[in-house]
Design a protein around this ligand. Sequence first.
Ligand SMILES: [Zn+2]
Length: 262
Amino acid sequence: MLFPLSFLRRHRWVALLGMLLAFSVALPSDAEAATKKRKNSQPGKKLSSKTKGSKSAKNRKGRGSRRSRGFAEPTFTVPDIRRGFQTVIIDAGHGGHDRGGIDGQTIAEKEIALDTAVRLEQLLRRAGFRTVMTRSTDDFISLPGRVATANGSTDSVFVSVHYNSSRNLDAHGFETYYYHAAGYPLAARIHRNLLTTLPTEDRGIRRRGFYVIRNSRIPAVLCECGFLTNSIEGNAALGRGYRQKVAEAISKALIETRREGG
Ligand SMILES: [Zn+2]
């Protein structure tokens, strides 16, 4: 009698432990949940299951060395950003049938992202950069298609422009992503400039395996420039002034990086 009971008890604990573990691993951040919802049309086509934001020095230390789960690490090494680099690949998120954001979201991320990307393009050209847009119209471009544009260029950097969304309508702030270590310095500059230009919550510089930044062979950054599902940031992003400021903050970071290297 005792043996089956203790056996059962032990297994109950093992099951409970397993459930707890699965639950803690499955708990995504707001943005991550939103990205998962967006599925294959998103940069987060394949996500590492859990990495933390880098408000702490922890993530910074781990940059480039942290192994992401769920996919093989790329076999190539991305070179650091060279001082005086010439070209910026600007990637406006989503487009065409891929509206971006979450189901039922009022503001179309694809439109806000494209307008910001076009503003960024203008600022960068004015600053003497060569620019390449992965899309400049409301068309759907696949993630491999975007990466192909990035990988068709050397002495360049890749900047993907997105806006965030969450079921939690209170969620707001900036998140800036990189994957390869070479993208970190630019991500940090963009993030800092965004927060200085448009003070809001600092949600961190994060290392995540979003498809476009993981597969680009040039230093690559993905910016989430505020939450369209938040009434304050969403309304702000509907205004040209906000999008211009976002573009200016990113452009300033690129100019600084060209001057100082990555
Ligand atoms: Zn997006």
